[in-house]
Design a binder for this molecule. Structure first.
Ligand SMILES: [Zn+2]
Ligand SMILES: [Zn+2]
Length: 182
């Protein structure tokens, strides 16, 4: 089965996801709301709360700034999670609720511990697949080098399968799987 398609471009896209574009997926409404929340915190500390005579201005500025930053970060985090759940095929409503309701950012910690791997799409039939898959479950498109006898994952530089000793040269693996081996 030969499919004229460059898997390399799709791979690099999905692998870079976790770090590089983590910030770029934060939605616009979340950024706008964060700015609003920060401004509201300043107003609360400088406009609403009663001024005491002995209180120092630097302290008031510092409190307004730190609380404003904390709440604004929280809003950005919620925005990030709202987008991140979708590309991992997780329940958006449930996880948004957990992140918002659990106090002190604990919900977010639980989310980052339990979140599923990012899904990418099969280059051949566009089925959603996890990065750990060796073959597409719908069209059998081969995503990663495997042993032709025991079908466990192998490195493309291996000459023999590390699990069953099978001679990998006999498999005639598709050339595209060698393109991104190093
Ligand atoms: Zn497929
Ligand atoms: Zn094997």
């Amino acid at each position: 089965m030969t499919i004229p398609f460059d898997v390399k471009s799709i791979r690099t896209g999905s692998v870079a996801d976790d770090g590089a574009d983590a910030l770029s997926i934060i939605p616009g409404w979340s950024i706008a709301l964060a700015i609003l929340v920060f401004a509201a915190a300043q107003y609360l500390f400088h406009g609403v709360l009663p001024h005491q005579k002995h209180e120092m201005l630097p302290m008031r500025l510092l409190m307004g700034y730190s609380w404003g930053t904390a709440f604004a970060s929280y809003v950005l985090l919620i925005g990030y999670v709202s987008r991140d759940v979708k590309r991992r095929n997780m329940s958006a409503g449930l996880w948004m609720l957990i992140v918002i309701v659990m106090p002190g950012g604990i919900g977010a910690v639980v989310y980052f511990l339990l979140r599923q791997p990012i899904l990418s799409r099969c280059p051949h039939c566009t089925t959603e697949i996890a990065s750990s898959y060796h073959f597409c479950p719908q069209c059998q498109f081969q995503m990663a080098p495997v042993c032709g006898k025991c079908f466990r994952g192998v490195r493309i530089t291996d000459v023999y399968c590390t699990q069953c000793g099978h001679d990998l040269a006999e498999d005639h693996a598709p050339a595209r799987l060698r393109a991104y081996s190093d």
